[in-house]
Design a protein around this ligand. Sequence first.
Ligand SMILES: C[S@@+](CC[C@H](N)C(=O)[O-])C[C@H]1O[C@@H](n2cnc3c(N)ncnc32)[C@H](O)[C@@H]1O
Length: 473
Amino acid sequence: MPEERLYGVEINRDGPQQLLRRGLKLSPDHLIEGDLLEQDVDGLGGPFKAIVGNPPYIRHHRLSKDLADRGREAASELGIDLNGRSDAWAYFCAHLVTFLDPEGRLALVLPGSVLHAEYAAPLLDALALQKGEVQLIRMTQRLFPGVQERTVLLLIDRTRLSRRRVVYRRMADLKALARGLKQNGNRRSVDRQRDDHRLPWRLTAAQSAAWDELCADERVQRLGDLGKVRIGVVTGANSFFVRSVEEAGALGKSIRTMPVVSRGGWLSKPRWNCKEQLAVSEKPSRLLLFPSGESRLTKAAKDALSAAEAEQIHERSHCLRRTPWYVVRDRAVPHLFLPYMGSGPPHLTVNEADATCTNAVHRVWLDSPEEGNKEAVAAASWTTLSRLSAELFGRSYGGGVLKLEPRGAGDLRIASTRPAVLDEIAEMLDLKGSEAACALADRRILEEGLGVEPGVVEILRAAAAALERLRLR
Ligand SMILES: C[S@@+](CC[C@H](N)C(=O)[O-])C[C@H]1O[C@@H](n2cnc3c(N)ncnc32)[C@H](O)[C@@H]1O
């Protein structure tokens, strides 16, 4: 009898009762009213050939530490560390997998965050490396009326060959899902490697078509194909090495300094010039360049080094890699800056101050920096195309932050344009703010420059806005 092998776990007393009222034949001792994370496979008489579940979606900040600690254990069996930023479903998912038979199948109803949350990626990758096939199916239809959440199904089938990566699919509604699952064996090749990006898969068909059409234009290039992106200077101890003008001056003439951009938030304008640098004089904006021989140091500088050593700054890992620890040799001045993370879309800023930056900001060098190329590239970073590429290739963090690693930054799409557009954008930014500046960039660069239909730009704008909303939620 199937019910002999059927078990259910639900913490809320009403759940099991509802099931029994609906006529489910199940012995009461198989309907466990309790915390699933406290159950283990032996206690429940497993392993199980089939597991279905709709785990709770509780956001990480409302999750009890107790629950998170129990959930973390199963995750560590998968070789991953679910930190305090993970929402409840991730812990349940990792835990449920421990109940699965080597020939078993699992189906979980999950929230949209499985698609974009930072903590979801290592979990999915770990699952994909296990035995069996792992699919994520995004449902277009809203399955739970009144619930904002997107529905994504996670399917694991241990009887199928592991593809060593997650297979992504999209289904319109439940009918399509039923059809699609039946045809599972001979489905069209719609899988996309995670790194090949969650791309059109995260867009609607119309958005995906607009993106493909634009990216196919030879006047649209990846930033990584126009030059190179590197992280900013890693000092290992910014509070010591990056000082205000006054603090740096107090250390005496033996220490040279150079201008440094140490906050992504400073780069709100398209150009970083001496005036901008001067405006942050009172903030940490000078990188200390110690000479390598201590004999050449003033007393104030020697005192500063002794004070740092008393605080063990010289023992920090990046400092240990240098001899002497206080000489930062990476002083390379980039053509452009790009904030590493922020809540808004990242824009490129032309470096006119011969400054470098700390690793809060990426450094960009163009292969052809001459003839206004820097300005043109910076201007293009204000378009919706660039904004959408940042949402697609960046990673989203708790609190809505979009983090763009150098590799993701290399995937930013840059449409070619005239350098003069940058000044128009700067002017519009001063007058009417960033939304207006972006709209102007779209008009000048995408519509007038590339001849893209305004309707197509609108589609891309909706795509970028939807991904941004998902991230900021
Ligand atoms: C998204 S609802 C799904 C409800 C129902 N299973 C369904 O599919 O319609 C998540 C369910 O998980 C239950 N739950 C929350 N924490 C739990 C835990 N630690 N152990 C077992 N069930 C839990 C909640 O009571 C809630 O009913």
